[in-house]
Design a protein around this ligand. Structure first.
Ligand code: ZN
Length: 276
């Protein structure tokens, strides 16, 4: 993230998909910017067979809508979902009345050509994209093509800032580090510093994910499900209702706490930047 190659703390995290379940990957914390970086070479075609879901929770959509309202985003505003994956979230927002919403995803043919038109957007949002990047210069070059002075960029990503000590036994850390798919967990300062260098000023900051924090459906609940269902994303997204209920019954206290009390995930951050 910052160009330094001096790492203090290091730990090995087990792969979080069926394909990488029996491998572990070394992560270390940068001495200078405090970001956590994957130090092992990330396998070629890492995303071949990557388990993804085409659905978005109604709770996420509802919180996203509430946050858009807070940002005073109009339904006619031009909006870009940057790194939209399968396009699940933007499709859901479209059905909620956002008429001018588009998606960009270099790894999905349907959405890979979006930036060619040269359209500039009022709001660009990017959820859980940063951690997967190999090249931040490419990211900012693409972002610049989609933004103009005054455009807002809303970023949600995992953060290294509130991981006190690397601990592979901690289920929240395993979920957040998501080995070997996350190349980096940037620190909050690293994210803000990088955006500032590229001409974006920080307007708002929240030390949690505004979309996946709150009662019932949140990152803490997801992390517990992931752990109890065998610690692979494949299993998490293919789990039946029966399997989910069994997990709940086996750890009622952990779930009660994550569903209703400890609902904010400190291992994520939300940022709103304004292009100068
Ligand atoms: Zn660094």
């Amino acid at each position: 993230m910052c160009g330094s190659d001096s790492f203090s703390e290091m730990a090995c995290f087990r792969g979080q998909s069926i394909r990488f379940k029996n491998q572990s990957f070394k992560y270390g914390r940068c001495d200078r910017c405090r970001s956590i970086v994957c130090l092992d070479e990330i396998p070629d075609n890492v995303y071949q067979d990557y388990p993804t879901t085409g659905r978005t929770s109604v709770f996420c959509i509802w919180r996203m809508l509430r946050f858009f309202k807070k940002l005073k985003v109009d339904k006619e505003d031009s909006i870009l979902d940057f790194g939209c994956g399968s396009g699940a979230l933007l499709t859901a927002l479209k059905t909620k009345g956002f008429t001018n919403i588009h998606g960009y995803e270099p790894h999905n043919k349907k959405y890979s050509g979006t930036l060619k038109g040269g359209q500039k957007y009022n709001l660009v949002y990017s959820t859980y994209v940063f951690e997967h990047l190999f090249n931040f210069d490419d990211f900012f070059a693409d972002l610049d093509r989609a933004t103009k002075s005054g455009s807002r960029v809303f970023v949600i990503c995992d953060t290294a800032t509130r991981i006190p000590k690397l601990d592979p036994a901690c289920l929240y850390q395993r979920c957040s580090i998501h080995a070997p798919f996350h190349t980096v967990l940037p620190s909050d300062d690293a994210v803000t510093g990088m955006f500032l260098k590229k001409g974006y000023r920080l307007a708002q900051f929240f030390p949690y994910d505004v979309q996946r924090s709150g009662l019932i459906f949140n990152n803490r609940v997801i992390a517990i499900f992931l752990d109890r269902l065998g610690d692979t994303k494949d299993k998490l997204i293919s789990a039946t209702w029966r399997e989910q209920v069994l997990c709940l019954l086996k750890s009622p206290f952990s779930f009660f706490n994550a569903l209703l009390i400890d609902t904010k995930d400190p291992l994520t951050s939300s940022f709103v930047f304004t292009k100068v």
